[in-house]
Design a protein around this ligand. Structure first.
Ligand SMILES: Nc1ncnc2c1ncn2[C@@H]1O[C@H](COP(=O)(O)OP(=O)(O)OP(=O)(O)O)[C@@H](O)[C@H]1O
Ligand SMILES: [Mg+2]
Length: 266
């Protein structure tokens, strides 16, 4: 058994809109979820919109403090009572659904991607720049795009820049929240290949959130199915058939796979 990188135990996150006096009932975004991720593991998360995928991802990445439960990353309690353990961001990085706000608009893409190497890994400027260009090349961004600022790039280019920035930290786990879904098929394949390569080369673990279960089956060994804030099912990708799934939502997803595969080629 590989060493456990992430240990999430019975986490709950409830949102109350409009304060305690509001008539609206609180939303249980995540209700009592436990997940463990080992070093070098590949985990997929599927579930309907609003099922709690992004909230769970935020909890795992040290961005959303749960109301109860515990999160340990590399053996350290992330949400300690006296405050957040910020060292988590050396180990776990998240790539957001909408990367617009996570890229500093005043910097070029190359500077953004070089920054973690300088600040966190003590590289000098030349070394950090070289590493940034290498990472940008691996996500398929040209030297021209590297010298641009985020707001002059397309959404897909920005998405790739934020993936490169997350990888520049050399995390042990990267969580990608719908980060590849909107990319062109060939670019998507390149990013997925990069994840597979980094997993083999560096023992990188990744968690991929996607509506597209066919993508997840391609690059993830294990699949968590979320529904109503809970993990309702856990499946292995290998040899997965519609019959293996117990939950009706999972069965629907799996029965829709051939159509999606055709769509992706069209
Ligand atoms: N910051 C917030 N404030 C209030 N409610 C929130 C907040 N974040 C999430 N929620 C609610 O919590 C529930 C779970 O949301 P979450 O974003 O985790 O779902 P999701 O599975 O990522 O959905 P999607 O597939 O649409 O991205 C939803 O009902 C959502 O409206
Ligand atoms: Mg989401």
């Amino acid at each position: 058994m590989a060493e456990l990188l992430v240990e999430v135990e019975s986490v709950t996150k409830t949102y109350r809109l409009g304060g305690r006096l509001a008539r609206k009932p609180p939303t249980v975004a995540v209700g009592g979820v436990s997940v463990a991720i080992a070093a070098g593991e590949s985990v997929g998360v599927v579930g309907e919109s609003g099922s709690g995928k992004s909230t769970l991802a935020g909890i795992i990445c040290g961005l959303v403090r749960p109301d109860s439960g515990s999160v340990r990353v590399a053996g350290r309690e992330v949400y300690a009572r006296r405050g957040l353990d910020r060292t988590i961001w050396r180990t776990v990085q998240m790539v957001f659904q909408d990367p617009y706000t996570s890229l500093n608009p005043a910097m070029t893409v190359a500077e953004i991607v070089a920054e973690p190497s300088r600040l966190w890994h003590g590289m000098d400027r030349r070394e950090a720049d070289r590493r940034a260009l290498e990472l940008l090349d691996r996500v398929g961004l040209s030297a021209g795009a590297a010298q641009s600022r985020p707001d002059s790039l397309s959404g897909g280019q920005r998405q790739r820049a934020s993936i490169a920035r997350a990888l520049a930290v050399s995390p042990s786990l990267v969580v990608l929240d719908e980060s590849v879904s909107a990319l062109d098929v060939s670019v998507q394949a390149q990013i997925l290949q990069l994840l597979l390569d980094l997993r083999r080369e560096n023992d990188l673990a990744y968690m991929l959130i996607s509506h597209d279960i066919s993508v997840i089956r391609l690059v993830c060994d294990r699949i968590l199915v979320m529904n109503g804030g809970e993990v309702v099912e856990e499946l292995l990708s290998a040899g997965l058939t519609e019959e293996a799934a117990r939950h009706p939502y999972t069965r629907r997803l799996l029965s829709a796979v051939p159509t999606m595969a055709v769509d992706r080629q069209g």
